[in-house]
Write a protein that binds this ligand. Structure first.
Ligand code: BES
Ligand code: ZN
Ligand code: ZN
Length: 456
């Protein structure tokens, strides 16, 4: 898809809040409405107000609606605003709407629109460049998450990370299962040990000349989560290829940041493993020792993400010195989806300034985040009678919070205020189209976090 200045074969118009109506076609210009008039060479999409979310959805739906037709170029007028967020969203939408996951289909999707013709005298080159980097990173994330577990094993995820590193001149270190075992990452190691596809800890570094901040991103990369011996019921196991979303999101973020050449040092730590069953599987009743020496009683092998992340957080704090922020991303709990729904991520941590900022930037980029506050009654729910801490809560309530609190136990005192946890179990993967997102992986978080890191 190419962006040029000039005229297109069909003209698109975004109608705000019913400002234009075509009663003869039943088009009232309401939010979400799309009207294509191929003979008149016009397409109209309705939104209720101009914001980032709506603009992405509007331009994405122009592309989606035109897939049925033969037009190869569409003419658009960008909104008359200086607001960079709105403009980036406007341009991103076209690329996001063009995305279709047809890797495993024998008949491939059609992509008739090749050219976005911009009807304006203004110069949008820089904005378009940034929109392309972001949208391509999001589509890249969607593709990996949607790919099947037989293909995206921890080893393959590591090789994808190495490819990204090579293209963008990043450093990339990959540690295998032997390293994890020998060096005391036994929580992470144990989760992956029943699988024929052994775990990998992947560490990418983007280091520009004079970085003004140092940021660590950690991602849960469960290439498959069967639940382990605490096996998931069949209906809940389907979609668990998406349990690698946190790690892939972090990979997408570092890819976009390096392509944009931002002046921040970024580390991406991906904890890749498969949670499987077998004679060698880790068991409920096991006690695991994490890298920081803390012992964990396993009472449910399906609460595996926090075990992988615990060791990845230890790795980060031991190996990366003097960072300003540490953020982890994970499809960590079903409870977060129950609580917030499929379209909102949960954020937890002790630094409410950072959390406030995430929510604000999220609104500017058209993504939804909600703060889930810890309280003093929660820690006792993770008490264990045999180890330092238990990997599940003693109650079934507040599971997103107790999972987040578990992770906080692996954050050193001096880093508590630098840490933020993102539970993206809802929006990372949805089995229906929503907003500008297709069925399946959304790439949620990339857009917001890139802007957030830019602003820190
Ligand atoms: N990967 C799941 C969480 C999940 C559920 C992500 C649904 C996306 C959609 C995680 O590893 C898990 O199984 N968590 C358990 C924790 C429980 C055993 C304490 C859960 O949420 O049920
Ligand atoms: Zn699980
Ligand atoms: Zn999981």
């Amino acid at each position: 898809m190419e962006f040029i200045k000039g005229k297109g074969q069909i003209k698109a118009e975004i109608v705000v809040n019913g400002k234009k109506k075509f009663e003869e076609y039943g088009f009232e210009g309401k939010d979400g409405e799309v009207l294509v008039l191929p003979e008149k060479k016009r397409i109209y999409v309705g939104i209720d107000k101009i914001d980032s979310e709506n603009l992405k959805i509007a331009t994405a739906s122009i592309i989606k609606a035109l897939k049925k037709y033969k037009f190869e170029s569409v003419e658009v007028t960008p909104p008359n605003t200086k607001n960079k967020d709105l403009l980036i969203s406007f341009f991103e939408g076209f690329i996001l709407g063009d995305y279709e996951f047809d890797k495993y289909k024998t008949t491939k999707a059609k992509h008739p629109i090749k050219v976005i013709a911009i009807n304006s005298k203004r110069d949008f080159d820089k904005i378009i460049q940034e929109a392309k980097v972001r949208a391509n990173a999001i589509n890249f994330v969607r593709d990996i998450i949607n790919s099947i577990p037989d293909e995206i094993t921890p080893k393959r995820l590591a090789s994808i990370a190495e490819e990204v590193a090579k293209e963008n001149k990043l450093k990339c270190k990959v540690y295998d299962e032997k390293y994890l075992y020998k060096n005391g990452y036994h929580a992470f190691y144990s989760v992956g040990k029943a699988s024929n596809n052994p775990p990998r800890l992947i560490h990418l570094t983007y280091k520009p000349k004079k970085p003004k901040r140092k940021i660590v991103l950690v991602g849960k990369g469960l290439c498959y989560d069967s639940g382990g011996l605490s096996l998931k019921p069949s209906e809940f196991m389907v979609t668990m290829k998406s349990d690698k979303s946190g790690a892939v999101t972090v990979l997408g973020i570092i890819k976009a940041i390096s392509e944009l050449g931002l002046d921040i040092e970024v580390h991406a730590i991906l904890g890749a493993a498969e949670n499987m069953i077998g004679g060698n599987a880790y068991k409920p009743d096991d006690v695991l020792k994490a890298k920081n020496g803390k012992t964990i009683e396993v009472r449910n092998t399906d609460a595996e993400g926090r075990l992988v992340l615990a060791d990845c957080l230890c790795y980060a704090q031991e190996n990366i010195k003097d960072f300003d922020y540490i953020m982890d991303f994970a499809t960590l709990t079903g409870a977060c989806v129950v609580g917030l729904g499929e379209y909102t991520a949960g954020i937890m941590g002790f630094n409410t300034d950072t959390i406030q900022k995430v929510i604000e930037v999220g609104e500017k980029r058209g993504e939804h985040f909600a703060y889930l506050p810890f309280n003093k009654y929660l820690p006792k729910l993770l008490k264990s009678n045999v180890a330092d801490i238990c990997n599940i809560s003693s109650t079934r309530y507040g599971g997103a919070l107790t999972a987040g609190l578990f992770l906080s136990e692996f954050i050193e005192k001096e880093n508590k205020d630098k840490w933020t946890h993102f539970d993206i179990a809802g929006p990372a993967f949805v089995e229906k189209e929503w907003g500008c997102n297709p069925y399946g992986a959304s790439g949620f978080g990339v857009d917001t976090i890139v802007t957030l890191l830019k602003s820190l």
